[in-house]
Design a protein around this ligand. Structure first.
Ligand SMILES: Cc1ncc(COP(=O)(O)O)c(C=O)c1O
Length: 386
């Protein structure tokens, strides 16, 4: 009776159980643990956003059920942001939907379009929700390796030709978690051309698109014709240090956005309207609010990468995201190396294989602690014995 569904049984076990146990043990022992594991900014949400939310809380009309696809004022703020930042136009009424965080939309999207046995192309390593959402629809994930040699972009030419016929969705995520890589316009063009040729959906996860330190990363909609085949998921979580608030949005081809909105209207009841007011304020004031946050993460990236390089670690310095994707020294697996860092140095990083088989040989550092703690982490790394 309480046997889990076959679908849920297909969900792979949580890979970080052992590491979590070790971390908690260390904390209990009183060790000064530096946690570079979690992709959750340590910086509080900017006060002006909190203030808008506080005032919005008092509005009694917001205490009732929210508008399901999002209030029009929020969707207008999303469309306006897409226009300002990327020069692309979306109809707020039919081409934008509010999400309870982008994870929610990413997980639910396959329910709208994937039938049992359909192929969903997922990057590897990756944020796990692309393949987990696929499993929930009885679709079949097919993993596209992201390799150092190919700048952590999938090599679309290597996907077996006979798979395209069964392919329903191709997931991408740039700037990328966990590799920190960004996509080129040519790569997006190649993807959109293939999607048109083989008639599949391109779903692009843009959660880190505002966390950049060099050239601003692209929206997939900056490629001509993308709106015929694509949907893009945006998150306010990392951009405004709002991970706890749970708000994001999706934009794209009308039918794709409407398909997702239909799933959602049958599962959830939308985003609390006071939150949408804070979200709309944040998006409308992004150019003022985000640069100081970017500077904080840029300093962390610069300090940490400079020091880590000196120790001989190999990685490509990311131009966006707050992640460093670092090769483990020879002679270790990802898990062994991360365990060693935790046990001997009380430093938590994430083993690359936790993001998929192709992540083996790497570990991910999340720059979600201040510069002084990062310096301390590198100091400890310098004492590491082989
Ligand atoms: C690549 C990527 N996409 C999406 C998300 C989900 O973000 P949220 O649901 O907070 O919008 C995350 C969170 O870590 C992520 O790393």
């Amino acid at each position: 009776m309480s046997e889990l569904s076959k679908r849920l049984q297909k969900i792979p076990p949580y890979l970080f159980v052992e590491l979590d146990r070790l971390k908690n043990e260390k904390i209990k022992e009183g060790a000064d643990v530096i946690d570079l594991g979690i992709g959750d900014p340590d910086i509080p949400t900017p006060q002006e956003i909190v203030d808008v939310a506080k005032r919005a809380l008092e509005k009694s009309e917001y205490h009732r059920y929210p508008a399901n696809p999002g209030s029009l004022f929020f969707r207008k703020a999303c469309a306006d942001y897409m226009q300002r930042r990327f020069g692309v136009t979306f109809d707020p009424e039919s081409e934008v939907v509010a999400l309870i965080g982008s994870k929610e939309g990413i997980a639910h999207f396959p329910l709208a379009f994937v039938n049992p046995g359909d192929i969903v192309l997922c990057p590897d390593p990756a944020y796990p929700v692309y393949h987990l959402g696929t499993i929930f629809t009885d679709g079949e994930p097919y993993y596209m390796p992201l390799t150092w040699e190919n700048d952590f972009l999938p090599d679309l030419g290597r996907i077996p030709k006979d798979l395209w016929r069964r392919t329903k969705i191709l997931w991408l995520n740039y700037p990328n978690n966990p590799t920190g890589a960004s996509a080129t316009k040519d790569f997006f063009k190649e993807t959109i051309a293939l999607a048109k040729k083989h008639d599949f959906i391109v779903a692009h996860d843009s959660a880190y698109v505002e966390l950049y330190f060099e050239d601003p990363p692209l929206s997939i909609f900056e490629v001509d014709g993308a709106k015929d085949v694509a949907i893009e998921f945006h998150s306010l979580s990392k951009t405004f240090c709002m991970t706890g608030w749970r708000i994001g949005f999706a934009v794209g081809k009308r039918e794709l956005v409407q398909g997702l909105a239909k799933v959602k209207s049958n599962i959830d009841s939308g985003v609390f309207t006071a939150l949408q007011e804070a979200g709309a304020y944040a998006l409308s004031n992004l150019e003022k609010i985000v640069p100081p946050l970017r500077r904080i993460f840029q300093e962390r990236r610069d300090v940490f990468s400079q020091e880590l390089k000196k120790l001989g670690f190999e990685f490509k310095k990311p131009s966006a995201t707050f992640y460093l994707w670092v090769r483990v020294p020879q002679g270790y697996t990802s898990s062994d190396f991360c365990k060693k860092l935790l046990q001997e140095l009380a430093v938590v990083v994430t083993p690359g294989n936790g993001f998929g088989a192709s992540g083996e040989g790497y570990f991910r550092v999340a720059l979600t602690v201040g510069v002084e703690r990062l310096r301390e982490a590198v100091k400890r790394l310098a004492t590491l014995k082989p």
